[in-house]
Design a protein around this ligand. Structure first.
Ligand code: 6PG
Length: 471
């Protein structure tokens, strides 16, 4: 058989198929492999006008690829990735590349990269964002791995990615598992933004008594301004959709129990490991989990019933809510980027935060107008520790802070749960506190556990006899 295909995709589900069709649209000769004959048939049908084919024999698939082989995996994260790699190993040659484009945990990616480099195979962990539509017409792509080997994939990835002002939304992220790490943090920010939009909806519905039509109009207005983003657009459009079974709004017919696949949780777990706080993202993860305790919530809602209506001037409150959302969105990005900043040091990822902002500007789920400001901030100061420290961001934060405080204060007073908004404000207030009450924590630890403390006026660690009775 003649070797002719530039890239082969393993896993022809919606994402794999769409990405392959996108490559074919861009003139690349590509092929696919799937154990399921229906998936092969579907790809052949959808791609009948393109230079592509698909195999159900792994040997034939491998033999059809140009050397060095570029093999992309779009299979469910976890043990399936390992079993596919095991099947591939005996069929590959030194210099071949495996690109795992699923949402794998970055520690799995690190392990796989090390194991495969021992036998001369380049393993890339590559985050792809943008859902089905993105995969088909231009996603944001986050590849990490061996830099030299990356040059072999660059042309294809740049061609298929989304473009902003002509720039491709893909860049080499860094060594090791950095691609999957950055995608994981992208998802953490995604969770946070989704939760903030959900809390905004809750405030409008339950504190201001707005109808779904009115909420649509508010989101529409916000999306025409500085809050413009893909997630706001999607959220706005949800408020238009009617249920075909009942003629109610579909949103009103959906159970209030949120699910997740794990990337948000991983972001929170890593942030704890790195001791780099991202409380607004954590709240977004926890609140999805809390929503599952439905029967407990129903019981407690009766015991602790409270009217959540706010008597504020509604128009003025909506102006402040827009400011609060903007403040909290900035904070969500700031927390995610701060985590990347720390991970880059701890894991030696050599991340270029301005490039990451650049590739998030298009194609991905968290694309937003504000990413342009983030891009400019990190371009100006590549080693910027925290987004709050950027002069342009500071100006914005100061302008919207009074609105943020007002919304949080009133919503808390009304008894509405606003975990993400409240945590964003407290995070901000903690970070701008010169002397925190953590001295008391240290005193407590030393009191009951002799854990010692550091002094403000001398080097070293100290222990005190806090309670002479027990001395
Ligand atoms: C993306 C999304 C994508 C997916 C999330 C959903 O960037 O395209 O993040 O990866 O929609 O994994 O995650 P949950 O199921 O955990 O909400």
């Amino acid at each position: 058989m003649e070797s002719k295909y530039t890239l082969g995709m393993i896993g022809l589900g919606t994402m794999g198929r769409n990405l392959l069709l996108n490559m074919a649209d861009n003139g690349f000769a590509v092929t696919g492999y799937d154990k399921d004959p229906n998936m092969i048939e579907k790809l052949k049908q959808d791609g009948s006008k393109h230079n592509l084919t698909a195999y159900s024999s792994l040997e034939d698939f491998i033999a059809s690829l140009e050397l060095p082989r570029r093999i992309m995996l779009l299979v469910p994260a976890g043990p399936i990735v390992d079993s596919v790699i095991k099947e591939l190993e005996p069929l590959l040659e030194k210099g071949d590349m495996i690109i795992d484009s699923g949402n794998s945990h970055f520690t799995d990616t690190s392990r796989r990269a090390i194991e495969l480099s021992d036998i001369g195979i380049h393993f890339f962990g590559m985050g792809i964002s943008g859902g089905e539509e993105g995969a088909r017409f231009g996603p944001s792509i986050m590849p990490g791995g061996d830099k030299t080997a990356y040059s072999n994939m660059k042309e294809i990835l740049e061609a298929v990615s989304a473009k902003v002002n002509g720039d491709p939304c893909v860049a080499y992220i860094g060594p090791g598992a950095s691609g999957h790490f950055v995608k994981m943090v992208h998802n953490g920010i995604e969770y946070s933004m989704m939760q903030l939009l959900a809390e905004s909806y809750d405030i409008m519905k339950n504190a201001l008594d707005y109808s779904n039509e009115e909420i649509y109009s508010v989101f529409e207005k916000w999306n025409n301004g500085r809050l413009q983003s893909f997630l706001l657009e999607v959220t706005r459009d949800i408020f238009k959709v009617k249920d075909d079974k009942t003629n109610n709004f579909l949103l009103d017919m959906i159970k209030d129990e949120a699910k997740s696949k794990g990337t948000g949780k991983w972001t929170s777990q890593v942030s704890m490991d790195l001791q780099l706080p991202i409380p607004t993202i954590n709240e977004a993860v926890s609140t999805r989990d809390l929503s599952k305790y439905k029967s407990l919530r129903v019981a407690l809602s009766k015991v602790y019933a409270q009217d959540n209506t706010l008597a504020e001037n509604k128009e003025q409150f909506i102006i402040e809510l827009e400011q609060a959302l903007y403040f909290s969105v900035i904070t969500s990005y700031a927390q995610g980027l701060h985590l990347l900043w720390q991970a880059s040091i701890s894991y030696k990822y050599e991340l270029q935060l301005h490039e990451i902002a650049q590739i998030w500007r298009g194609g991905c789920i968290i694309r937003a107008e504000f990413l342009e400001d983030i891009y400019q901030a990190y371009k100006k100061q590549p080693d910027l520790e925290h987004l709050y420290a950027d002069a342009g961001v500071q100006e914005k934060m100061k302008e919207i802070l009074p609105g943020m405080r007002s919304v949080v204060t009133h919503a808390l007073q009304s008894g509405l749960a606003i975990p993400a908004f409240a945590s964003a404000l407290t995070y901000f207030d903690s970070l701008r506190t010169e002397r925190m009450p953590s001295n008391l924590i240290q005193a407590q630890r030393d009191f009951f556990g002799a854990h010692r403390f550091e002094r403000t006026d001398a080097e070293g660690t100290f222990h005190a006899i806090w309670n002479p009775i027990n001395a």
